[in-house]
Design a protein around this ligand. Sequence first.
Ligand SMILES: [Fe+2]
Ligand SMILES: [Zn+2]
Length: 434
Amino acid sequence: MYFFNGFIIPVVRYHKTNSALLKTILPSINQLCSVHVRNLKNIKVDVVSNKSESAAMFNSKDIITISTKNGPLKFPSVWLRDNCQCPNCFHQESQSRTIDWGHFDFNTIPLAVELKETDLSIEWSDNHKSTYSLSWLIERSFTKEKRTRYRKDCYRFNRVVWNAEDFKKCLKTFDYNDVMTDNNTLLLWLNALTTYGVSIITGTPDDIESSKKLGHRVAFIRETHYGERFIVKARRVTTNVAYLAAPLQLHTDLPYYDYTPGVILLHCLVQTPSIGGETQLTDCLYVAEYLKKNDPETYKVLTTTYVDWNDIGQEDGNHFHSINRAPVLCEDDFGDIVEVNFSQPQRDSHFNVPLEQAVEWYKAMSIFTRLLYSKENTVFFKMNEGEILTFDNRRLVHGRTGYDDDNDKKRRIIGCYLDWDEIYSKIRVLRKGV
Ligand SMILES: [Fe+2]
Ligand SMILES: [Zn+2]
């Protein structure tokens, strides 16, 4: 038996002789698939240095178990073979798996398993040998705890929901120049954006290129049929209601895209001195969590009813007709909300659900909408010139109160989008300090 960092690892070896010992080590041998039984028929199991049943490594046809004082670490055999780290199977420089699945034997089984120092070595039935460091294996453990941690630390990051009362505490501001020149500030801004879904950049140069430059500091701008950037100002003739001075009701942008833009950057170049022109925000994640807990029926309708969203029009002579179908609240396979779609103007009058479902959906929306607009949940504030409001378009809804343009001072906002894929990637790179 070997002890390494609290791990108890036996060495188990199969030899080409049938033996009763096989059955003692592999009590579930009868459950082995036929391929494994065939492969193991003439194999003798030799426990080299361990008698502890709890430390047996071949305890089922598909799983290899490493016993530790903190409990067993289990790995699918096929996953281990698939994730061999040798140069033939994994290309280090590109950090990519290169095993040819066209010729991969999915029924490969381990013939010998051994721990030396902190490495686990396996001899496979396809005449291959693999070595894995224990720390590498622990990081990839299939335990619920490890999988959850990876999801929260590396895949998506921790989010903190807020209502109107919490908002001031959650709204972090960062200086434009600091974000543009200092990686640590860039990371702090992106962390705030991830955590709270909203953050403000101050001290932005009075230049229509500033928001684009900020976007390029992260990655690249997400283009849409409105171009690389859009200008929000009152227009008498427009194909988008955002370009009217009338109140703009709460919405998410562009739900008619299958991959809805992740983050909106709104640079306030000119703010109206008149009353109005206030930005309104609500954290849908807060409301969704409230519903999930207090009104699961409504929550279920909102997460399962597919709604048709569309945008028909033209921009600079470029005609478009976009349609996407997605629920108002989209969950991932863990039940976390990953996207919110909410836009009264951009909801298609085609509603591709059975009649009864449409009626239920309207009932659910009346509850959800009231919560989004309730004074406990929504906030109003007026952006200042030189600020870029940055917020998660897949989590928050935004709107604006109506305003009157002054003859000398016409409200002017420059907007552009970033995708979360690029932001998450940047955060991971910055956290590694590369
Ligand atoms: Fe918008
Ligand atoms: Zn290999």
